[in-house]
Every structure is written in structure tokens, then in C-alpha cells.
Design a protein around this ligand. Structure first.
Ligand code: C5P
Length: 415
């Protein structure tokens, strides 16, 4: 508690969380600078990163695994590849998990092993197995740094595209003065962030609704529509890739939730309304993509309705308009709607922009077989108070990325 008063988060210096949604695998090798790594983990997490730690052999002589566990919030992996460690998050899982592998401190020995492509303990094995980019922050005695073998190894790493952080120059732990000191944790974290930053929505909270809703008539029957949810799911993935923390409130679909997105499953429009409104205050952006049923049966029968009568009437009542309620909220986020129309697409969409008091509306032409509900492609006209932009027909994932960029640009202009 005391710390929160004295601690100045470094993300305020960068203006956002440039490592949001980034998974940093931190390899710590056995050099004296390892004692600074709990602070490094702290700085990385303050910039939004998730951090897993692997220690090399003997690194635990310089830093306590428990301290690293406390700051990363995850248990720490040691050098050994045992049946037990492999049964948890094994070397291939770690290699796949990482968006970037950062080795800090990187000793002369670890650097040499990386050049050789050795796979003699967990960290080096993960480095061989991963497709993630590698960053190293060398730390060693100045003679060891200037040694021809070390310099040649560094050149090899640089040629392979390794991102090299430092070293710094100055007084060393051994009493000598010269190049070879590890950069300060804050500098490593900030340089890593500047190099790998996640994109246009870094640090923003985005909520998206997707899919159809299901309005029950009885326990086995209901009223729904043809929305596949694909466009909303694609937007959730694109927003997450752009660095946002995404909450995806979804009606019933057959789609898997994208990784790194907070899933909220709902069935009816009322449930979707409740799930959205109870969490809206934290959001920077709300995108209503769900095809929410306009009406629901007044009563849903408790038992299956029998087909005794020749006709039946279902009394319906209007559902709340989720998007309009979000836009009317005191602490409204940026509001983006979707308008699926079969004719007069732009005129009707503009009417919804005004009526629901939205910032933007994405109008799409449904009712043909090439775009809209259930199709892989989509084309959109994006309308704001003072602009109309055509986003031509393309795959929904590509379109989602374009749309997220447009939203991020609009958001940046507002603040
Ligand atoms: O009025 P209409 O249903 O055509 O508006 C579509 C837009 O409004 C979509 O963004 C949709 O997600 C949202 N909407 C909503 N709640 C409703 C109806 C529509 O959020 N009850």
C-alpha cells in the first residue's frame, strides 16, 4: 500500500500502455545485474505486458525466484527441463506463448549459446523453438564485453535481427570501469516498448457486442436471426491486436472467442443489455455489432407449448436499444454502431447516427449473397457527422483491421 504512494508508474511518461496485450518471456542469465530484474518485471507490467520468467542455471544465486514470482504474478521457470516442468507450461508452450523473448541480463556465455543455437537448458531451447523476436540486454565485465569472441557473437545476433539493448558504460560491480553494464530496467522496458509497441489502441478498453440474440418462446423455441457473429469477432481480434483490452459480449454463435479477449456469453437482448451497461463506465470505445432482436415475447412459457390450437399469437414487447442506452450514458465511451440495410443504405444509416447519437456508424448492405450476414466478405460505408468513407469489399478480418484503425484515428482526434 505504501508503495503505491511513492511509486511513479512509467506509463505516464509514455502516455499509454504501449505493451498492452504483449507477452514478454524474460530470460534471466546468471550475472550480477540479475538482482535488478524484479524491477524490470515491474516496469514491463506497468507498460501493459504479461511476463513469464525463465532463469538459467545459477541465475537464482543473484535473484530470488520468489521475488520474481511476486512481481510477475506467475510461477518462475528454472533452467531444468524435467518431466514435471514439461507437464506444466513446457518449452513448446512457452515458445508459442511469447510475443517477444527478452534476455536481461544476457551474459557472455548465454550470448555465445544463443549464437550456437544450443538447446542445452530451458531458456536456450525456447529460443531455438520460438518464432518470436529476440531482444538481449548484455551485462558483463568490460573485458569480457570487448573480447573478440563476444563482439563477433554480438555481430551474429545483430545480423539475425536480434534487438540489442545496451550495454551501458560506467563503473562495474567488479570495480572496473568501461562498457558492459546492463541498461537500467526503466530504459530496457521503454526501449522494448518503443520497438515492439502494440498499436493504435494500446491501453484502451474496448467493448464489442456480437452475434444474434435468442428470445425464448418456450424452453425449446425462440426467435433469432442469421447473424454469424463473424464481423464482431473479427473486430474483437483486430482491436486486441491493436493493443486494446477487449470485452466481447456475444449472443449464441459457433465461433471460438479470440485469444486475449474477455468473453461474456449472453443469450437474450435483456441479458446483453445488462452485461454491457454494468461494465460500460470503464470503456473507451463501444462497438455494437450484435444483431439484437427488436422484440421479445412478453411471456416465455415454462413448459414446451403443445400444438393443440390451429393458430397461435405471440405477444411481443420492444427490447431496449443497447447502443442508444450506451450513447445516452453520463460516462459514454466513443460509440460506434452498425446498420445492416437492404436499401437506401447511407440514408438510413445516417438517420441512426443522429437518432442514437453515435460518433460513427458502419453501414453495410445485407440481403445479397456476397456481403453481410453469414458471408466471409463485407463492404462498409463508414459515416460520421462530417465524413463518409467507403471501405471496399474485402475479407471481414481485413475489413475489421481497417475499421479499427479508423476508430483509433477518430479517438485520437477527440482527446
Ligand atoms: O436500429 P437498428 O437495429 O438497425 O440499429 C443497429 C445498431 O444498433 C447495431 O449497432 C446494433 O448492434 C445496435 N442495437 C442495439 N440494441 C438494439 C438494437 C440495435 O444495440 N436493441
Amino acid at each position: 500500500m505504501a508503495e503505491s504512494h511513492t511509486h511513479s508508474p512509467i506509463n505516464t511518461q509514455l502516455g499509454s500502455k504501449p505493451l498492452s496485450n504483449k507477452r514478454v518471456l524474460l530470460g534471466i542469465s546468471a550475472g550480477i545485474a540479475a538482482y535488478k530484474t524484479p524491477d524490470l518485471v515491474r516496469k514491463l507490467t506497468e507498460l501493459g505486458a504479461e511476463v513469464e520468467v525463465i532463469l538459467t542455471r545459477n541465475a537464482d544465486q543473484f535473484v530470488a525466484p520468489l521475488a520474481l514470482q511476486a512481481v510477475s504474478g506467475r510461477s518462475v521457470h528454472n533452467y531444468a527441463m524435467t518431466a514435471e516442468s514439461e507437464s506444466g507450461m513446457g518449452h513448446i508452450d512457452l515458445a508459442r506463448w511469447a510475443d517477444v523473448v527478452l534476455i536481461a541480463p544476457a551474459t557472455a556465455n548465454t550470448i555465445a549459446r544463443l549464437c550456437q543455437g544450443n538447446a542445452d537448458e530451458l531458456l536456450t531451447t525456447v529460443c531455438v523453438a520460438t518464432q518470436a523476436p529476440l531482444a538481449v540486454a548484455p551485462a558483463m565485465n568490460q573485458q569480457m564485453w570487448q573480447n573478440a569472441a563476444t563482439q563477433a557473437n554480438m555481430e551474429t545476433l545483430a545480423k539475425r535481427g536480434t534487438f540489442i539493448l545496451g550495454p551501458d558504460s560506467g563503473e562495474q560491480a567488479c570495480g572496473e570501469v568501461g562498457p558492459g553494464r546492463m541498461l537500467q530496467p526503466v530504459d530496457i522496458a521503454q526501449r522494448l516498448a518503443a520497438h515492439f509497441q502494440t498499436g493504435s489502441l494500446a491501453g484502451k478498453n474496448v467493448m464489442i457486442t456480437a452475434g444474434p440474440t435468442w428470445e425464448a418462446i418456450d424452453p425449446v423455441r425462440g426467435i433469432t436471426n442469421h447473424s454469424s457473429g463473424l464481423m464482431g469477432y473479427a473486430l474483437a481480434q483486430a482491436a486486441s491486436e491493436a493493443g486494446a483490452k477487449v470485452t466481447l459480449v456475444s449472443g449464441p454463435t459457433n465461433l471460438p472467442f479470440p485469444e486475449r479477449v474477455t468473453p461474456v456469453k449472453v443469450v437474450s437482448a435483456l441479458e446483453m443489455h445488462e452485461a454491457v451497461l454494468s461494465n460500460i463506465e470503464e470503456q473507451d470505445v463501444f462497438i455494437g455489432v450484435a444483431a439484437v432482436a427488436d422484440y421479445r415475447p412478453v411471456d416465455s412459457a415454462e413448459q414446451k407449448i403443445k400444438k393443440n390450437a390451429d393458430t397461435m399469437t405471440i405477444n411481443m414487447v420492444k427490447n431496449p436499444d443497447i447502443l442508444a442506452d450506451v450513447a445516452a450514458h453520463d460516462k459514454r465511451p466513443l460509440c460506434v454502431g452498425f446498420a445492416a440495410e437492404t436499401n437506401n443504405v447511407v440514408d438510413y444509416a445516417r438517420g441512426k447516427l443522429e437518432r442514437k447519437k453515435l460518433d460513427m456508424i458502419a453501414a453495410n448492405h445485407v440481403g445479397n449473397s456476397e456481403t453481410g450476414f453469414g458471408t466471409a466478405d463485407n463492404a462498409i460505408t463508414l459515416i460520421t457527422q462530417d465524413s463518409v468513407t467507403e471501405l471496399p469489399k474485402q475479407n471481414k478480418y481485413a475489413l475489421a483491421r481497417t475499421l479499427i484503425n479508423e476508430i483509433a484515428t477518430y479517438l485520437a482526434k477527440q482527446s
